[in-house]
Design a protein around this ligand. Structure first.
Ligand code: PMP
Length: 404
């Protein structure tokens, strides 16, 4: 069981006030707050270890390299990858997907080939594929969704043909909260000999993820959404694919030998990590992963599930409430509109009550078009949120509703 009061003590920012009101932070889908151990890991390493990794013979460089490579092993263990060669550090989900689109695109895609995404994708899992489409003539196919915000799995099954090369879908929608049946998606795609990339930005902080159990070919996520620092993320790929994919960026670290005539590339994972990596960030990410592991991803999942159930029940009682995303399998994200109140007005007025929510299209404009709206208000929870905070949110929404 999660002792939420004790956990909240680990997050100094949660006890601050805004406009004289206690902060109610419900924007965890955008980024999460950081426990003290993560911030300490950053300052400690800068103060006592800092040196560039991999290239140095001196003590500090070796120490920093050890921390960086230990972090890679921590990530490997966290998602149960087979080898740490399969863990590539990036800046985050967005960079991971761009790496994927470029490198997988170079290796395996040609004009007329098709990539399947879904209606609920974040722009970062749409635009890199469109850019590849412009470069190489690769086409996007889109899995439709129903009004509850669930993928149309029957239609998905019918979308495969001899041109299909890749399925790239979110594990959990950042707008609807839908938990997609990724295991089934992967099984179906593999039965057609098609690889699958999972955007884990919104799943990795909220549930146990085992890439081998899922049999995902690629899995990507951001450190800052799982209580780690900004600027670090992960690109996981099965070694059998990564071996055949070309580097994404050129520079230091990713080479074996360079001459003006010919350059040979480094082995995995360094082939995909040009330049000085964010070795401070990787270590702090590992600290974050160890922190959530100590609490338990299963416990976090169960606690947030109950929090979401409670919030859905309370919010559905509000007059003129419209909730977008009522999937049977739903994570801790609630997008809504109340009557004709503009999402920006709702967000701004809630902010004055100390409640931080997100408003807008949430980088998912095609999904907004699907529902015929411009944007929503989105409350998204982490394991440090409480039922009391949901009560404050519900009261806040009621208050705003009565003002209009
Ligand atoms: N995919 C999804 C589903 C997301 O929610 C986000 C962040 N909102 C991203 C991708 C992009 O993540 P980042 O900005 O950390 O690269």
């Amino acid at each position: 069981m999660i002792d939420v009061n004790k956990i909240r003590e680990d997050f100094p920012i949660l006890s601050r006030t805004v406009y004289g009101k206690p902060l109610v932070y419900l924007d965890n889908g955008a980024t999460t707050q950081k426990p003290r151990c993560v911030v300490d890991a950053i300052t400690d390493e800068y103060y006592s270890v800092n040196a560039n990794v991999h290239r140095g013979v001196h003590f500090l460089s070796q120490k920093a390299t050890e921390l960086h490579e230990a972090a890679r092993e921590t990530v490997r263990r966290f998602i149960n990858a087979e080898s740490s060669n399969e863990i590539i550090f990036t800046r985050g989900t967005t960079e991971s997907i761009n790496l994927m689109a470029f490198s997988f695109g170079e290796a395996f895609l040609k004009e007329g080939d098709e990539v399947i995404v879904s209606t609920m994708e974040h722009h970062s899992n749409i635009v890199p594929w469109q850019m590849l489409g412009i470069r190489k003539g690769v086409k996007l196919r889109v899995i439709p969704i129903n009004d509850a915000g669930e993928l149309d799995m029957e239609e998905f099954g019918r979308m495969f043909n001899e041109k299909t090369r890749l399925v790239s879908v979110a594990h959990v929608s950042n707008v609807l909260g839908t938990i997609n049946p990724v295991k089934e998606i992967i099984r179906t795609a593999h039965s057609h000999d098609v690889s699958v990339m999972i955007d884990g930005a919104q799943s990795i902080p909220h549930m146990p993820v085992d890439v081998r159990e899922l049999d995902a070919d690629f899995y990507v996520f951001s450190g800052h959404k799982i209580y780690g620092p900004t600027g670090i993320g992960v690109f996981y790929g099965k070694e059998k694919w990564l071996d055949r994919m070309p580097p994404y960026q050129g520079g230091g670290e990713m080479i074996q030998n360079v001459s003006f005539e010919k350059t040979t590339y480094n082995e995995l994972p360094y082939k995909f990590e040009a330049g000085t990596p964010d070795y401070i960030g990787s270590n702090a990410l590992a600290v974050a992963l160890n922190y959530v592991s100590a609490i338990g991803m299963k416990e976090i999942e169960a606690y947030e599930h109950e929090l979401t159930r409670y919030a859905m029940e309370k919010m559905q009682q509000i007059e003129d409430m419209r909730i977008f995303g009522t999937a049977r399998d739903k994570g801790s994200v609630i997008s809504f509109l109340v009557g004709n109140i503009h999402h920006l007005d709702m967000g701004t007025l809630l902010d004055r009550l100390g409640i931080a929510v997100r408003t807008g299209h949430h980088c998912a404009e095609p999904l907004m078009h699907r529902f015929g709206i411009e944007g929503t208000v989105r409350a998204s929870f982490g394991f440090y949120n409480t039922k009391e905070e949901i009560d404050i949110l519900v009261k806040g929404i009621e208050r705003v509703r009565q003002m209009f």
